[in-house]
Ligand binder design. Structure first.
Ligand code: NAD
Length: 359
């Protein structure tokens, strides 16, 4: 039996989680060995327990096979001290579960290609996956801080961060990228800055070494500045991009903008055993919370990713993705992706349509 913890969180979180719940219920009724348990995270957890990541949630998340998270945060909690803010709950659970690999697909459904800021022909049919290392690099390296130093005989403040990757950290993210590519078009592009940064020279060397275990996957390399350019010049050249924490932070946001629809983008964060936290890329959208208009598709596509990467059930993952494709083909659209001539539907109607399309 697979245990899934459901963290609905704040804002539109409960509304979109309810729709993901419908998809899970269909699968359960068909005999899928899954069991769900709701728990508190974020602002709602602060309200009910005083902590953004309460101990019972921590215990459930640690014991679970996978965690589905909708979104946390909102203006109500922005006045709290930092350690009580909902976002602290998010950082807490990611760290606690040892999630070192972040997978963000950028998929442009042909039906939505005109929502992109790029020309339709450049993005229609785009399907790329960014694999970002999440727990190392300059964001965590030591030493760090702002200190004083003698510069040309004068004391000055200097800011210091350290870009550091160990061989084992690079190897484990390489494995995630190559394995993911095996489920796709078998191409990995590793992004680095080896012409100036030794850390990323090691990154490139280890990527090459690790690629030998995956002869069915082709490995190419690209410098990060070129990758940023290629993503807007010809994004369809990529299948899987693997990169470090900082470059991945920037490139994954750039890639998500190619799709033009934040309500459509799921993500996964994995640990060493493929246990995962699955969540939409968007936030809790307080501006539309409680109105029943939020797009539940990123949340539902996060369920598909969970079946693919944690449960190794490609068939169910594809079935959910095909159902999402089908509702777009039926011209059903929530407000965020609506265009003239389409049928505008709310959160629940969109979830129901996906369930029907799973048929
Ligand atoms: P946001 O992603 O919540 O919203 C940005 C815009 O996109 C808003 O106009 C919103 O209405 C729209 N939007 C987002 N998701 C949508 C959906 N599913 N359907 C339709 N429209 C959607 O970003 P924000 O406004 O910067 O942040 C709001 C809150 O969410 C903040 O408290 C922030 O800290 C939090 N946040 C949480 C996460 C997370 O839980 N992982 C991520 C980002 C932001």
């Amino acid at each position: 039996m697979k245990k899934i913890v459901l963290l609905a969180g704040d804002g539109i979180g409960p509304e979109i989680m309810a729709e993901a719940g419908k998809v899970l219920e269909v699968l359960r009724q068909e005999g899928a060995a899954i069991e769900t348990e709701p728990a508190l995270l974020g602002g709602i957890a602060v309200d009910q327990t005083g902590q953004p990541y309460p101990e019972p949630t921590r215990r459930l998340a640690q014991a679970a096979d996978a965690v589905l998270l909708a979104a946390v945060g909102g203006p109500k909690w922005d006045v709290l001290p930092r350690e009580k803010r909902p976002e602290r709950g998010l950082l807490g659970i990611r760290k606690d579960l040892g999630l070192f690999a972040n997978l963000r697909p950028a998929v442009v459904y042909p039906q939505l290609a005109s929502s992109s800021t790029l020309k339709t022909e450049l993005v229609a049919g785009l399907d790329l996956l960014i694999v970002r290392e999440l727990t190392g690099d300059v964001y965590f390296g030591e030493p760090r801080g702002i200190t004083e130093r003698d510069i040309n005989g004068k004391k000055e403040r200097v800011g210091v961060n350290t870009m550091i990757y160990s061989e084992s950290e690079i190897r484990r993210i390489a494995k995630v990228a190559f394995t993911a590519a095996q489920k796709r078009n078998r191409q990995v592009c590793s992004v680095d800055k080896m012409n100036v940064l030794e850390t990323t020279q090691l990154w490139r060397d280890v990527m090459i070494e690790e690629s030998r275990a995956y002869p069915d996957v082709s490995l190419t390399h690209m410098l990060v500045d070129n990758a940023a350019m290629q993503l807007v010049r010809n994004p369809k050249q990529f299948d899987v991009i693997v990169t470090g924490n900082m470059f991945g932070d920037i490139l994954s946001d750039e890639a998500s903008m190619l799709t033009g629809s934040i309500g459509m983008l799921p993500s996964a964060s994995l640990d060493e055993k493929n246990k995962g936290l699955y969540e939409p890329c968007h936030g809790s959208a307080p501006d539309i919370a409680g109105k029943g208009v939020a797009n539940p598709l990123a949340m539902i596509l996060s369920v598909a990713m969970m079946f693919r990467y944690t449960f190794h059930d490609e068939e169910t993952a594809r079935r959910i993705e095909r159902a999402v494709f089908a509702v777009l083909d039926q011209n059903l659209r929530t407000g965020d992706i609506w265009q003239a001539g389409m049928t505008k539907v709310g959160t629940q109607a969109m979830g129901d349509a996906v369930v029907r399309a799973m048929g």
